[in-house]
Design a protein around this ligand. Structure first.
Ligand SMILES: Cc1ncc(COP(=O)(O)O)c(C=O)c1O
Length: 392
């Protein structure tokens, strides 16, 4: 085990050199200070302000989404997407268990019940073939609606996550969703700048979600966005995110129960500065992948997760996959590398293994269980490349 751990440690060390050793550090330039100062000088730093409107327009431009609503986190974006999709108490929502917990939490906020599905090993996204076989067995149709035969609960929403900046088999998943009249919420939190066949991730489904948390490809400190081409969803989400206030210059009236989820102006200012550097960040992440891959290719027992065919990944987190399931080796490597000052992390524990979700319905999760025990992330900051260039 020591031999394998040393191989990984030496590889990471030789590449990160004097760059950041954490999993994903944000990268800032003078732009950020300029934009933040500019925002502070306006005195408008909170939930009203022009930086947010401009940020939304720029995100729409990058993603080619007709509408964008900027909010204060990816989690609140998921929450509002589910309200827009009209999720009701006791309905089940299909989602991968190999996923960040925010998806399940957002469903729970509305009294819904996550129903866990398996992934395929190539992209680590939902497996459309396995899911179709499962749904044919487990669903019952009543009129135009589908119900879980075992629980009797309605299922009308499928959540899909693009993992670590790589595209899930989204075209096949959308085709499958159409067969069952599912609304698709596409969690592209980790995938700004990633495309499948030249179409930005998060724009295939009915609603897409991005996150701009501090560890993402660009950051607004904390923040998220909802992408949609559907005007009805857009209007509903925009209104919900601004406490359902009826627009008026001075009167305060509200047409429904809303949420204080709008992205603050100061966060949007930071985001605008980050977007100026997006191209640079993306090319650095690709360069970093190539550097790692050149070395990892020489190791027979491990490989680096690559972008799927016809796709363009943002390579948000570099992901190593051990060729055979070996939980103790995985744990040994992670512990060894961390003790030596380099951050390496296992993927999230499967959501269904966490206390609040232990009793939720689930299909056979064979691939998820296997990949959880074969996969880990290594330092992936754009700064590893960009700081090197600055030093030249
Ligand atoms: C796949 C996925 N979904 C949702 C989220 C939630 O985003 P946030 O942290 O902005 O709430 C994250 C990020 O943390 C994520 O990685």
């Amino acid at each position: 085990m020591k031999k394998y751990s040393t191989e990984i440690y030496n590889t990471i060390k030789s590449i990160t050199n004097k760059g950041p050793k954490e999993l994903h550090a944000p990268f800032f330039t003078e732009h950020e200070k300029y934009f933040l100062n500019k925002c502070i000088n306006t005195g408008v730093v909170s939930t009203i302000g022009n930086f947010v409107n401009i940020f939304e327009k720029k995100i729409s431009k990058v993603t080619r989404s007709k509408f964008t609503v900027a909010v204060n986190s990816g989690t609140s974006a998921l929450h509002l997407s589910l309200i827009a999709a009209n999720l009701k108490k006791n309905e089940e929502v299909l989602m991968p268990a190999f996923n960040f917990i925010a998806n399940a939490n957002a469903v729970s906020y509305l009294g819904g019940i996550p129903h866990f599905v398996d992934i395929e090993k190539e992209s680590l996204g939902v497996d459309p073939i396995k899911l179709e076989h499962y749904l044919q067995r487990v669903l019952k149709k009543k009129g135009e609606e589908y119900f879980n035969k075992n629980s009797g609960r309605k299922i009308k929403i499928l959540m899909v996550t693009h993992i670590f900046g790589h595209s899930a088999k989204i075209k096949e998943i959308i085709k499958l969703a159409k067969k069952f009249n599912f609304i698709v919420i596409e969690d592209a939190s980790e995938a700004l700048g990633s495309f499948n066949d030249k179409k930005h991730l998060g724009t295939f489904g009915d609603i897409g979600v991005l996150s701009f948390n501090g560890n993402k490809i660009i950051t607004t400190g904390g923040g998220g966005a909802i992408l949609t081409n559907n005007k009805k969803y857009f209007k509903k989400i925009k209104s919900l995110s601004t406490v359902c206030k009826i627009q008026h210059q001075w009167n305060y009236n509200y047409h429904d129960v809303g949420y204080n989820y709008r992205m603050p102006n100061i966060n949007a200012a930071l985001g605008l500065a980050q977007l100026k550097n997006l191209k640079n960040l993306l090319s650095s992440k690709r360069k970093l992948f190539k550097l790692y891959n050149k070395k990892i290719k020489n190791l027979s027992w491990v490989s680096l997760l690559n972008e799927p065919k016809k796709c363009k990944s943002n390579f948000w987190l570099q992901t190593l996959i051990i060729s055979k399931k070996n939980k103790s080796l995985l744990e040994f490597i992670i512990s060894y590398v961390n003790k030596k000052g380099i951050q390496a992390r296992p993927v999230w524990n499967l959501i269904n293994l966490n206390k609040p979700y232990k009793y939720c319905p689930s299909m056979n999760l064979k691939n998820s269980i296997e990949m959880k025990e074969r996969t880990f992330n290594i330092p992936s900051s754009a700064g590893i490349i960009l700081i090197k260039n600055e030093r030249k």
